[in-house]
Design a protein around this ligand. Sequence first.
Ligand SMILES: Cc1cc2nc3c(=O)[nH]c(=O)nc-3n(C[C@H](O)[C@H](O)[C@H](O)COP(=O)(O)OP(=O)(O)OC[C@H]3O[C@@H](n4cnc5c(N)ncnc54)[C@H](O)[C@@H]3O)c2cc1C
Length: 1036
Amino acid sequence: MTDSLNVAVIGAGTSGLLTARELIREHHRVTVFEKSNKLGGTWLYEPRVESDDDVLHLDPNRSVVHSSLYSSLRTNLPRPLMGFSDYSLDDKSYGDPRTFPGHEEVLKLLQDFANEFRVTEVIRFNSEVVRVDSSDGGFVVEWKTMEVGSTEEVFDAVVVCNGHHTEPQVADDVPGIEEWSRKQVHSHNYRIPEPYRDQVVVVIGNGPSALDISQEIATVAKEVHLSSRSTNVKVTMLDGYKNMWQHSKINRVYDDGRVVFQDGYSIEANVILHCTGYKFHFPFLKMNNIVRADDNRVGPLYKHVFPPLLAPRLAFVGLTYNQGVLFRMFELQSKWVALVLSGKLLLPSEDEMLADVYKHYQEMEENGIPKWHTHSLAFKSEYVDWLAAQVGLEIEDRLKEIFGKLFAYYVSHPNPNGFRDLFQMLLMEKELELEKESVRKRNPIPYAVWLAGNGIGINSKVCLVRWKWNWNACKIPKLPFFFATVCNQTQIRSKWEDHLNEFLFRTVGNMGVQETGDDETKGAKNKFRRLDSELTDYGDDDLEVVQYNHTQQEKSKKARKYVFACAVFASLNNVLLGYDVGVMSGAIIFIQEDLKITELQEEILIGSLSVISILGSLAGGRISDAVGRKWSMGLAAIIFQIGAAIMTFAPTFQFLMVGRLLAGVGIGFGVMIAPVYIAEISPTISRGSFTSFPEIFINLGILLGYVSNYVFSGLSSHINWRIMLAVGILPSIFIAFAIFIIPESPRWLVMQNRVDEARSVLLKTNEIDSEAEERLSEILVSAGANTGDTAVWQELLTPTPPVRRMLLTGIGIQCFQQITGIDATVYYSPAILKTAGLQDKSNLLAATVAVGISKTAFIMVAILVIDKVGRKPLLFVSTIGMTFCLCGLAICLALFNKTAIGVGFVILLVCGNVAFFSIGIGPICGVLTSEIFPLRLRAQAFSLGAVGNRVCSGIVAMSFLSVSHAISMAGTFTIFTMISGLSVIFVYMFVPETKGKSLEQIESLFGNEHNWVEDEIELSDTQRLVPNQEKLAFIQ
Ligand SMILES: Cc1cc2nc3c(=O)[nH]c(=O)nc-3n(C[C@H](O)[C@H](O)[C@H](O)COP(=O)(O)OP(=O)(O)OC[C@H]3O[C@@H](n4cnc5c(N)ncnc54)[C@H](O)[C@@H]3O)c2cc1C
């Protein structure tokens, strides 16, 4: 064993304090040099900043501020990860109950630690080390103090712990930056947002500080523009913000303040804020030939600690980063240094150490990892285990699990606060599990008693957090919901826990490199850009994707195709509805001739479908909850087929009506369930597009109906309408086939406690496994509130304010979709065109086909843009456009009746009306209604909306001809114009933006009256949105 050594430690931050403790434990004589007057290093918040004039920090004599903390900073790692093996924030209570405490708590922990282990006694404050040079068998350390000036002393060994978050790295490669005349700041000098009030700020960077700071600045700034170094980023407005955009790299900046991004956007900015990381900096080391910092590679260093040529007398602690257990890793490094200096542990030979270092460099090169990331452990997660094995300690599995979970949630959870709260909830789940496990192990009988007695108490704790998370900021009392959740929790508890456990272990296995896919994939998934390294990479540099994950890309493609196929199959029922609507508009002419029915019978025959389909829609919610979404769709198809068959062979009006009623029930049933199924199966990002499939298929059906009218109209009127109706049976054959292929809705499976099956469906439908798990936990959380059918109806009939708001939006939009008269133009377009002056039957039917084509074509436009520009802007375009067209129709029918120009305008305006309908309110109505209700209410609430929709459709279809006779067709369209005007106001006042939000986030949006109105994208914002879904993380 070596004698006690005289060791100098440079720095009294986390690493220095740990190193001093370990050296003291090994009975070395320790001196800690600390240039500041207090300990804590990074965690010693300093409101003072360095001069902004010297943004490049070129002046070596400037007054350096060590800490880069900003005032509002909360830790990025939860309490259990913020501590040492025997001293952790987890066990301390300093008054901040949050799992991710503010920086003040970490400082207190370090101060208490230093006092308890008597490290404070060996610190020389206000002593800045200015030179370390090797001398015979040791090192000369020169330090200076204000009072005494420079002093030298010889030490046997030196451990460098001076931190690496002080010397800013700026984006000096931005073309034109040297001519930029306006303000530039580095995040090192950021403390509070106030100086950025009303400014246009460009933030360069993509690490935690960039995201955190830009988010904070956005609360006061006029605009914040984030610029990422990664390629393929297109300009995007960030979710939840009206003044923050994500851009690609900066192309050039100009002295007049212009900043041009590679995405083509140009803005005029007041400030450029560099959140571009820090450089390793050892100005005092005079052994450049032995160890030096080059492009942030400090080396050569054996295992990031010992320079082989001077080991073990010179060592570095705290260089490594990108690890979930940073503090523990520093502890292991310091222990290793102390044990090696004591001779209790031996290092390999100098050559072996050097070989190891160069092997590491070579591996980095082979994997395309830039030199800059030499000390990043994102690609070397086994390093900590190796260190732990050296010193005979181990990092508890629990901590690894926590980091695994944290990482999974960090990557997949878009909202920073949501991420922290959700994580807090999961920690409590874990606590619960541990508590339960310990009681179970002690004795099975007390365990049973515990389950029965204390279970509810513990669950209450968990539910409370869930409740807070889900119903964030909701001011109404939610005690009933809370208790319902508690009671329900006890039922599904054990299954939920099993799956949670499984999830934990799966994510722990993923602690190494985990990529969220290529840029396009991330964009398409509406994901915040999070790279695995970002969680603990306080360097904030804009890490490029260095590994291209081909497998992930393949999986993404597969998942998208799979959901697409499911959405298509599920929407087939809607072809039936559309076909029936379309075909009846022409077939009725021939039915009238063949069966000699009256105009009233004609109205009843047409309109009854809408009314009777209400029955189907009402029953649909309940039946689909009982037998599942997909089997309900099958049942709907069978009922329709029977109805269609009866209509085809109907000898009289009465038979025709029976068939029509049955078909109506089937259709009502089918159209209610398809959007619910699709919304439940689709990933968040593409839910809007997929959920509008049913509307496309209705339109396709209408078009097919019109085409069928046209094609078969030449046959005898005894047979042609029967063939037209019979053709409608064909799609239901496909439905029968589809039922055996498509999976059941994962949300319904969870409601049935079939969580494993739900997981395997989610794994197929989501592009990233962690996202599938995330969805599963969200569903599990919201399924926890499932209170049974009677309770659901009770909740809908005596709604709480959030549910009332949802019902108002959901039922309102459903009613407006129909009451603005779309079915009048669809069912009765031949009659409208006839009134306008078009008499020839085949011309009439051909013009009707044009109506069908414009309806279908524009729905395609809607589907392409719905998830990009959002629901609300499209609704505005749609309702305003329809109002103009309806007004035009009223004017034309009143003033230019029976003229060629009048006919032309009427055809144009009817086509325009259906086009505007199809681009917005048509498809979005179903999308919104299926999105806004919580899982427990979704099916029944949707069926209520569908009832409203069908009633309005029935009223329009059954009264259009009579009302037109009474007040003229022009008068009828004047009424539609006024109603359509009201729909614009309704959209403005009662429809929130739901784009890009998970179903569970939308649920919480309605929880707060303020959010409900505020969380919208204003129409003007749409001008700034481009077709790209890239979203970046704002997370600390
Ligand atoms: C914005 C930000 C947020 C962070 N958040 C987290 C988090 O949530 N969780 C986490 O685990 N980590 C976080 N970190 C990382 C954090 O820096 C490390 O966890 C850790 O505190 C680093 O400790 P250190 O001792 O190595 O360096 P430092 O804390 O920087 O300490 C270095 C010490 O050396 C002294 N010193 C420097 N040069 C000399 C000299 N020449 N002579 C004498 N003394 C000198 C300094 O004054 C200082 O006291 C964050 C970092 C930043 C910048």
